[in-house]
Ligand binder design. Structure first.
Ligand code: FDA
Length: 384
């Protein structure tokens, strides 16, 4: 055999797994078809990489098995990764909601991971196609090299123009592992012609509580020429299925504010009252949609309650998502049923591991997906 482990994919998960396994004494080869390692890290967090979240908890992840991520997340935590960042003297800040970003550039995170790989004597081969994978006599064979352990760390198909592919699922199926149907997540939602007025106020954003089913997120929503985006929408998109309604509360406390407006400006119309609560263009669209002909002073409590409902339960029926081209992550993936939650090793294929976004574990927006990449990588590296 040529190596102790071959790792497929030089993204966040693959690089950290390689570094830790190499530093523990393993001979490790990383293969990637890209011409640079860590391309998604480089574009993440607007170029500053939101590398973890201080509030990381298993509840912040979607999976068919919500318990699966617990073991890995508890053994390599956000604080472990932060300690590594600090050991490399990378300065960082908390932006909002526990989200930690580099002060400087995401390039520092890639440089840190490559430095850790170098310390572990890891060999990284870029611009290399994976091709057929052999498996005989306990050895995996890839690109002319063999090893008793193979780690799938090729992520998911979101942002294909960056070289993202679904090869992880092909490899998993080739070895008999189930795949939970992948779907775009953390992705903008599209609206149809019936909501044309909202598409026409593209660029307007406002704080909302967004709800899909029983899941809510309080962050900003953004109206776009295709539909809805912004952090609140990206968050609920991971929970959205075709046919589901997305319900926005754009004005918490609307009823009290409307009563106050009726008292203070009885001659005014709804548009004027809404302009006090919301961005002007949104106020115009909503007052047209809600429709209230009379002056506020002539409006009954029941009518005000109807208007309030139009603001606190503004309901959309998205026509779809903007797809993998715009999805920050892929939900679904290699079934956790097939893997050990403590080592990420396939239960029925000794030596085969899957980590990172390739697996059916998907985090919220805000550094959670990288934390899953780090935690699952460390779990596998500990077993290699
Ligand atoms: P990742 O996709 O990073 O790496 C997979 C590697 O496999 C790549 O290097 C790829 O080239 C290689 N590969 C794929 N197919 C291959 C093939 N057929 N042959 C050979 N190699 C192949 N998350 C977060 O926590 N904070 C953030 O700030 C952001 N920001 C962000 C912005 C944008 C625009 C996107 C698209 C995504 C994010 N994310 C994020 C999500 C985060 O980037 C993602 O979850 C992790 O990069 C997943 O890490 P992996 O190592 O699992 O896969």
């Amino acid at each position: 055999m040529d190596y102790d482990a071959i790792i497929l994919g030089a993204g966040g998960a693959g690089l950290l797994a390689a570094a830790l396994a190499g530093q523990a004494g393993g001979r490790v080869l990383v293969l990637d078809h890209a011409d640079k390692p860590g391309k998604k890290i480089l574009i993440s967090g607007g170029g500053r990489c939101n590398f973890t979240n201080t509030g990381t908890e298993p509840d912040c992840f979607l999976s068919e098995n919500p318990h699966f991520a617990k073991s890995a997340l508890s053994r390599y935590t956000q604080w472990d990764f932060l300690a590594l960042v600090e050991a490399h003297r990378i300065s960082w800040h908390e932006k909002t909601l526990g989200q930690l970003f580099c002060d400087g550039s995401a390039r520092q995170i890639v440089a840190m991971l490559l430095d850790e790989c170098a310390k572990g004597g890891v060999e990284i081969r870029l611009s290399t196609e994976i091709g057929e994978i052999g498996h005989a006599d306990g050895l995996f064979g890839v690109a002319g090299k063999t090893a008793p352990q193979l780690v799938i760390a090729t992520g998911g198909p979101s942002i294909p123009k960056m070289g993202a592919t679904g090869i992880a699922y092909d490899i998993a199926r080739r070895f008999g592992l189930d795949v939970v149907t992948p779907r775009p997540a953390l992705v903008p939602l599209t609206l149809g012609e019936g909501d044309r007025a909202f598409r026409d106020i593209s660029g307007v954003s406002c704080p909302v509580t967004a709800r899909v089913g029983g899941t809510t997120f309080a962050e900003a929503a953004l109206f776009t020429h295709r539909g809805l985006s912004g952090p609140a929408i990206l968050q609920v998109s991971s929970y959205w299925s075709p046919g589901d309604a997305v319900v926005l509360n754009v004005a918490p406390g609307a009823l009290d504010a409307l009563r106050e407006a009726r008292r203070k400006m009885p001659r005014a119309h709804l548009k004027a009252a809404l302009s006090e609560l919301l961005p002007k263009r949104l106020a115009e669209v909503l007052s047209d949609r809600i429709g209230l002909a009379q002056e506020l002073g002539n409006t009954s409590d029941a009518e005000l309650a109807r208007v309030s409902e139009g603001l606190t339960a503004l309901t959309f029926h998205p026509t779809g998502t903007e797809g993998y081209a715009k999805a920050e992550v892929t939900a679904g993936g290699i079934s956790t049923e097939a893997l050990s939650s403590s080592t990420m090793e396939a239960r029925n294929v000794p030596g085969l591991y899957a980590i990172g976004e390739a697996v059916d574990v998907t985090g919220w927006l805000g550094g959670y997906n990288f934390q899953w990449a780090w935690s699952s990588a460390a779990a596998a590296a500990g077993a290699i």
